[in-house]
Design a protein around this ligand. Sequence first.
Ligand code: 3HC
Ligand code: NAI
Length: 662
Amino acid sequence: MNVAAVDRAGVRVVTLDNPPVNAISFAYSAALVATLEAAEADTGVHAIVLTGANGLFSGGADINDFTTAPAAGTKTIRDVIATVEKSAKTYVAALEKTALGGGVELALACDYRIAVAGTKFGFPEIKLGLIPGAGGTQRLPRLIGAQDALQMMLKGDNLDAEEARKKGLLDEVVASDAVAAALALIARVRERAPKRRTSARRTELGIAGLALFATPFVVAQAHKMVPPEDRGGFAAHKLVDAVEASIELEFPRGLAREYRLFDELVRSAPSAALRHVFFAERELGKIPGLEPAAPPAISSAGVVGAGTMGTGIAIAFANAGIPSVVIEPNDDQIERAKQMVFGMFAHQVQRGRLTQEEAWERGQSIRFENELGELAQADIVVEAVFENMEAKKAVFAQLDAIAKPAAILASNTSTLDIDALAAMTKRPERVLGLHFFVPANIMKLLEIVRGKDTSAETLATAIALAKTLRKVGVVSANAFGFIGNRMLFDYARAAIGLAEEGVAPERIDRVMKDFGMAMGPFAMFDLSGLDVFWHIEQGNPQVRSRSAIVDRLYREKRFGQKTGAGIYRYEKGSREPIPDPVTIELLREEAAKAGIAPRPDVSDAEIVQRLTGALIAVGEELVRTGVALRPGDIDIVYVYGYGFPPHRGGPMWYASEQLAHA
Ligand code: 3HC
Ligand code: NAI
């Protein structure tokens, strides 16, 4: 931790240097305030440039500090910014690569902002269940208008330097050396306009044709557009309130309002849960015994099978700039896969996320072939053929003969034994599971399955590949269902158990959606296919108990959406689940046969408790038996792969919170 201060012709260049991301912790704030006060007191200094070391400006306030309220007298980022605000000297922020949260807030308090092209700006606080809490909600709307500010802070997405300049957040974008540009700017503005405090401006709505008197309507609209308070929208509503304050109140009073709202949020359970998710995600790559050496890079890939998964995986590679060859024996399937690739990229162009050229390039980077022999040059091959052990074993034996010796061979299997596949090769140390989730180009989760012989280098390569693919890679041992699907089985079993006791499936789904799950368990059943569940159950004694109802639905060919009926029924061409009395009758019959008495008194709380309880019990077992490395890994799997509400932190965090408040 260091604050470098160098003078250049009356300008003090202050460099934030707190590796790795120049986070502005309490301790670092004290150092910064002292440096800035010294600059203020130095009559030889007329301007200050703020910049960052370690290749970036700042990742914001230090999130580790949020667990405890600062003791009296502790300096925080708010004090740093207050020092800038009250200074009589010119402040210029010279920004590079990344400015997030408190980092942007510090820049907004400066008189001028200059960034190197490609710098990313963002307010990710909302993803931590927070709002900007060092003046961001008051200064950003004053600078770029309430509408754009709200959008930026509500989404928490990054803005590129050029977009930021167009919106008015930046004064200049330069090709390189923001500090030199800042010094030149200071020389230019020294006489004419040395100070330009953002706080002195008024917030405009920023909506063409709407004057400020329309504020109440705009605010009401914004409240309507974000999720309800109890469904993850708690911080979003406070953000709207804070931006409203920036329109209606003088700066100091607006700032006080923001501080109060932030301070409430930082103490809230949802924010604690989201911060846990943030740190759990950063723990994922830390594998005991695995040295952080740079693994070999993956620059070309092969995929076997152009079905739903194989095609999605190829698109994920293309999005990460990795060309792939996809092997599929069935030409009709190749045509369907090409359509899927084309449709996907065309959609991205339509949404303005890709240019025509980018889409074309990505499409061209995927080549379809019939013969495995085309994979001789790939650095990694991901097998995604049918979920059938014999078929996969045959593919692995052939791949071993074809792929170059250094190539990694991975399987996308959901449930099969990775070691059995590795045993078909002479390179078991280069075999592992890469379990993508559907749709593979969109879902963030990637389970990385470590076989008994998988080498440290292979594992490290897979972890790095996950990052390149912009996925969260969670390492799992090679055990039935790995982490996510193993837990899903007991969760599904608990849901079926409740239904057998007479609780309507649609009620169970509604209660779990109200809890925050992206989907109810039965709607998910119908989407993924009851037949898939049934087949997996058949061959696996690890699944604790089978339900007669699953057998019955399978016999009746009620597989879900694909057959027009499962737990629910579906109108032709629609995915809308419609409660079906036939299912209720089947459930009643099977429950009666099994001697399960109906329980009309099951409460909503019991539904949540039994379903989350099932997840927690298996989760604990997975950690105890070493299948998952840490409870946090399980939370990441459930949040990113199975729609567990992030503001509840994942099943294991939820369990610890329940215990703490019991
Ligand atoms: N506080 C504390 N630690 C942070 C941090 C922060 N704001 N940002 C990153 N880190 C830590 C990470 O935990 C990680 O630590 P580790 O090495 O011990 O695991 C290390 O920095 C590197 O992080 P990444 O692995 O994520 O590195 P990347 O290079 O991939 O990404 C980044 C860098 C883009 C800065 C990314 O870390 C990030 O998005 N950080 C979060 C930024 C954020 O949320 N900022 C807002 C903070 S809240 C705030 O400012 C409130 C204010 O309004 C009052
Ligand atoms: P799919 O049935 O859509 O596609 C499989 C494809 O593989 C077919 O096009 C088939 O022609 C092709 N194929 C079969 N044998 C082949 C061979 N020897 N060489 C080349 N191609 C061959 O199946 P899907 O859904 O894509 O699943 C593939 C794998 O991914 C399975 O192991 C499955 O368990 C796993 N998986 C599936 C998920 C899903 O939700 N669909 C989710 C996660 C994993």
